[in-house]
Design a protein around this ligand. Structure first.
Ligand SMILES: Cc1cc2nc3c(=O)[nH]c(=O)nc-3n(C[C@H](O)[C@H](O)[C@H](O)COP(=O)(O)OP(=O)(O)OC[C@H]3O[C@@H](n4cnc5c(N)ncnc54)[C@H](O)[C@@H]3O)c2cc1C
Length: 434
């Protein structure tokens, strides 16, 4: 029990055993972390990949987000992943604009690619702190990340590295290292809603075709039809543009909810949102199965174990991609990929989305936005890279997060190989390898 006036307890100073030393440690095994680990390893680094869950893929697998966006102009690890999931029977078919995949297929393919690349993977391991040293350069002290501290069933451990890549989605590790960050819209502080997805089976793909994203001919048509289906039976749903995606056989994913104003670092609110989202999905789908003959054979396979976080922290890097950059279609001398996806803000107003009044011209992500500016020795990968609210709402999807992972992995390996700081690696060397 907390006694009155007491606001903290003091923990004993402790010695933590050093479990291993690596060239590169990648924190977070989502799509960006997988790409970073594989690329770092293929470029000669000894790599450790730390993941708090029991599989790779992050949002794509543990949150059941089963559709890849902004991939048409991308190659690299993306191609290995789609080749892998297709060969396992996932529907993915680029030519027909079907970008769906089965989550089990994606987990398996990612694990095989990572293991083949020689990456050491450690599941069920939460990164809880960093090892820092202060280095004086040009008359200024700057903290340098030298490793991470983890907690798991095996206890508290230290892992040392030359370079740490934060690919945790929410920037947990960068924040532990003292990096500055932004979150939400600058003026309102509003963050995009979280959503929970579900897998269902037992439906006939032919019969539910009008509601399926995979087969729509006009953008938004399937979602509109799906919404009308819920309206017809007066079933309330909090996402007014619900999504049904055919994955393989008679397996589908469903997204019908928005959980508003949930900060990525508040586990109590995330828990409330999780319970509420799960109840909404299960009650809505059960009612649909009772009311509609096409849906009567539906079996709910699972709801996602972790609720999907669209927006977490955006860590300060050596360049911040801005609203103006994406409106003007800015290209950079260190551009790692081109983003074509629009601004996609799932808003709190009407349960749908908007483009925030921004029209995107294809723009690039500069390598500098993947280098943490407040510490040495830390690269950034995935949705947490340095950008403003509007830019993040555009580059945060599939193809782009993979590319940031690839670039961060190559950059980290080159920094190890040459003994240079991340911002001293010539871009041309990175470009050749991504
Ligand atoms: C509801 C929703 C729908 C979306 N729809 C689409 C879509 O249709 N198409 C599309 O392309 N994109 C979509 N996105 C966006 C896209 O899926 C994500 O932006 C992308 O997955 C981000 O990848 P990431 O690797 O940066 O982060 P994540 O996928 O979040 O992965 C981060 C990983 O880090 C791990 N981790 C976190 N903290 C720690 C820690 N302290 N220690 C160890 N491990 C840690 C997590 O467990 C996770 O595995 C959607 C996102 C959401 C939430």
């Amino acid at each position: 029990m907390k006694s009155e006036g007491q606001i903290y307890i003091e923990e004993a100073v402790r010695k933590t055993s050093i479990e291993g030393k690596y060239d590169v440690i990648v924190c977070g095994g989502g799509p960006a972390g997988v790409a970073a680990a594989v690329k770092a390893s293929r470029n000669g680094a000894e790599v450790l990949l730390l993941e708090k869950e029991g599989s790779l893929g992050g949002t794509w697998t543990n949150s059941l987000v089963t559709w890849l966006m902004d991939i048409d102009n991308k190659t690299g690890i993306l191609e290995e992943l789609v080749f892998g999931v297709r060969s396992m029977g996932s529907l993915y078919d680029r030519q027909n604009k079907d970008y769906s995949f089965g989550t089990e297929d994606m987990k398996y393919v990612m694990e095989q690619i990572v293991v083949r690349a020689g990456v050491t993977v450690c599941y069920h391991t939460l990164v809880v702190d960093v090892v820092l040293e202060t280095i004086r350069q040009s008359g200024k002290d700057k903290p340098t990340v030298k490793g991470v501290i983890t907690e798991s069933k095996s206890g508290r451990k230290a892992f040392l590295a030359h370079i740490v890549v934060d690919a945790t989605g929410d920037g947990d590790v960068a924040v532990l290292a003292g990096c500055g960050f932004d979150v939400g819209e600058a003026e309102t502080q509003i963050v995009q809603p979280m959503s929970m997805q579900a897998l269902i089976c037992g439906l006939s793909p032919k019969e539910v075709r009008p509601w399926c994203l995979n087969y729509e001919s006009i953008p938004g048509e399937a979602q509109q039809n799906f919404r009308e289906l819920f309206e017809r039976y007066k079933i309330p749903i909090s996402y007014t543009m619900p999504v049904l995606i055919h994955l393989k056989g008679d397996l589908f994913s469903v997204s019908i909810n928005h959980m508003y104003n949930v900060p990525c670092d508040d586990v109590c609110k995330i828990t409330e949102a999780t319970i509420s989202a799960r109840r909404e999905i299960l009650e809505a789908l059960r009612k649909l199965a009772v009311e509609d003959k096409y849906w009567s054979r539906m079996i709910i396979v699972e709801t996602s174990n972790t609720i999907g976080v669209r927006e977490g922290r955006r860590i300060h890097g050596n360049y911040m991609i801005t609203r103006q950059d994406i409106i003007s279609g800015k290209h950079f001398e260190d551009g790692i990929c081109e983003v074509t996806f629009n601004v996609d803000i799932h808003d709190a107003e009407n349960g749908a989305w908007s483009d925030g009044g921004v029209s995107v011209r294809p723009y690039q992500i500069p390598l500098r936005s993947l280098i943490a500016s407040d510490v040495y020795g830390m690269a950034l990968a995935g949705r947490l890279i340095c950008g403003d609210f509007y830019a993040h709402a555009s580059y945060r999807v599939g193809g782009n997060v993979l590319k940031t992972g690839e670039a961060a992995g190559v950059l980290a390996a080159l920094a190890v190989r040459t003994g240079r700081e991340l911002d001293q690696i010539p871009f041309v060397e990175v470009q050749k390898r991504i």
